[in-house]
Design a protein around this ligand. Structure first.
Ligand code: FRU
Length: 499
């Protein structure tokens, strides 16, 4: 019973123990645009290889305050690692520093924070992105001069959020490279702030174009702002179709489609590489060596490359769908297993309870039976036993009576017939002779002997010619007078009056 109980408990514990993820990672994203969503997807996919890690994601929607508060709540939740894509470097730095000082490893992704209190950084080569922009501007300028259009170009830069490091680095990279490539013919560059958003870019470019009719090139620091700028150009009647050449940055959807559709001309790749971020996180959590500063390369994408990338993108989408279906199926399977396991636990608990109830009922019945046996059956048994004993006893007594009667009857004429004689013939003590003769004959042994002699005397008097004296002597009475007295006491009349 005890073993069954212990076994069941162990079994329940084993089944009940579902392995919880060992590590919790907090992800703080500054925005929720297509680029961020792609990065999140890449991280989620990579996490399929790390079932011991669970990711919790929060989005700051471009607010430094919200992002700091979200990081602080990750700190108080004691996540095992933090991934931060800061909205603005200086403003988000204090929260990142707090996390780092609280002993939480921090991976800064894409945009940097100021200072160096972080564990690892993974992001694109923003300075090089700026250089690519400059190289494209220089190419356009030389194409123009070859076409007979001399003079510097008028470039409009649509910059991202000024406090975010990619915005500064891309600007610096572009300006430095323009100086290097164009020398004294450095194009005139004006900057408007699009803050990384299509709508802001549209608004800012619209306002700018209303004042300036001579823009040749727009370099937007991301594809979304490039598309917004393109819409602003098209909405301005002073600019003819294709009169302004536009470049963006990122090289993912919807930028690639915009290039193929002729909305913008080209873009520079800026990869999100969420997979790399998770890989680094896994190394840090496992205490393995990792690269502290990872800079991802960039390259230029024109219409041909955009078309190739789009095809790749579609193939990737198909792969993702397949992966999603596989994931759904495995989730389903897992669900089924979980509910199967739950059912098994219920069945085990049910049978366990049934066992307990059965044992309790059995114990109750046993105790009840015991009391009943003690109260009703035992006395009855005792009675039966006594009756049996009595029966056995009376059978023995009858046999004893027969034997005794035989011995007495055989020795009626023997003067030695007395208690001692019976005691030695029947091999019983005097006391036993007295007790047993009393039991079977209802009288003492002497009385019994006398009775048998009187009955024989009566028979002799009736069947023979013997006198009273002769019979009294024959049957060992001490005198005829004593015989006469005994005879009268027994039969109620004198021997001489016998019938
Ligand atoms: C996405 C994004 C990208 C840009 C990057 C800069 O939120 O705006 O378009 O390249 O951030 O940090």
């Amino acid at each position: 019973m005890r073993n069954t109980f212990v076994f069941t408990i162990i079994l329940l514990c084993c089944i009940g123990c579902h392995r919880q993820p060992e590590y919790r990672i907090g992800v703080s994203q500054c925005l929720d645009d297509a680029w961020r969503q792609k990065m999140n997807e890449e991280m989620e996919r990579e996490l399929l290889l790390h079932p011991d890690i669970r990711m919790y994601k929060r989005i700051a929607y471009g607010s430094n305050e919200l992002q700091c508060a979200q990081i602080d709540s990750f700190i108080s939740e004691r996540v095992n690692l933090l991934i931060v894509s800061p909205n603005e470097a200086e403003e988000v730095k204090p929260a990142v520093t707090r996390a780092y000082r609280a002993g939480i490893p921090v991976i800064v992704a894409d945009r940097r924070v100021t200072g160096d209190e972080w564990t690892a950084f993974i992001g694109g080569d923003n300075y090089r992105v700026g250089e690519l922009m400059a190289e494209w501007v220089a190419t356009v300028q030389s194409e123009n001069s070859q076409a007979g259009k001399h003079g510097s170009l008028h470039v409009l830069e649509v910059a991202g959020l000024p406090g975010s490091t990619p915005a500064t680095l891309r600007h610096n990279g572009m300006m430095d490279k323009l100086t290097e490539l164009c020398g004294e013919h450095v194009p005139e560059v004006q900057t408007v702030l699009g803050e990384w958003m299509k709508e802001d870019a549209y608004r800012m470019v619209t306002e700018y174009l209303a004042e300036h009719k001579d823009v040749d090139i727009i370099v937007a620091q991301n594809d979304l702002m490039a598309i917004g700028a393109s819409e602003a150009v098209r909405a301005n009647s002073s600019y003819g179709a294709g009169s302004v050449r536009i470049m963006g940055v990122d090289g993912i959807m919807p930028g690639l489609q915009a290039i193929i559709d002729g909305v913008i001309e080209c873009t520079a790749t800026y990869q999100s590489r969420g997979d790399m971020v998770i890989e680094t996180a896994a190394h840090i959590l496992a205490g393995e060596p990792f690269v502290r500063d990872t800079i991802i390369e960039t390259t230029m994408i024109d219409a041909t490359a955009a078309y190739a990338l789009l095809m790749q993108h579609e193939a990737r989408l198909h792969d993702l769908q397949t992966l999603h279906i596989v994931q759904l199926r495995s989730d389903n399977l897992w669900q089924q297993m979980r509910s199967g396991r739950r059912r098994l636990i219920t069945i085990i608990i049910f049978f366990f309870l049934l066992l307990v109830v059965a044992i309790v009922a059995l114990l109750y019945m046993l105790t009840h039976l015991k009391t009943e046996i003690r109260r009703d059956i035992l006395p009855q048994l005792e009675e039966v036993e006594q009756t049996l004993e009595t029966i056995q006893l009376s059978q023995r007594d009858i046999a004893f009576g027969e034997r005794m009667k035989q011995i007495v009857d055989d020795h009626l004429t023997d003067p030695n017939l007395n208690v001692e004689f019976l005691s030695s013939s029947l091999r019983l003590s005097r006391t036993q002779i007295f007790r047993r003769v009393k039991t079977v004959a209802g009288k003492g042994p002497l009385e019994f002997i006398r009775e048998r002699r009187l009955l024989r005397a009566d028979e002799l008097l009736r069947t023979t010619d013997m006198t009273v004296q002769q019979v009294a002597l024959e049957l060992c009475f001490s005198s005829p007078g004593y015989f006469t007295k005994c005879y009268k006491d027994y039969f109620g009349h004198l021997p001489s009056e016998r019938k």
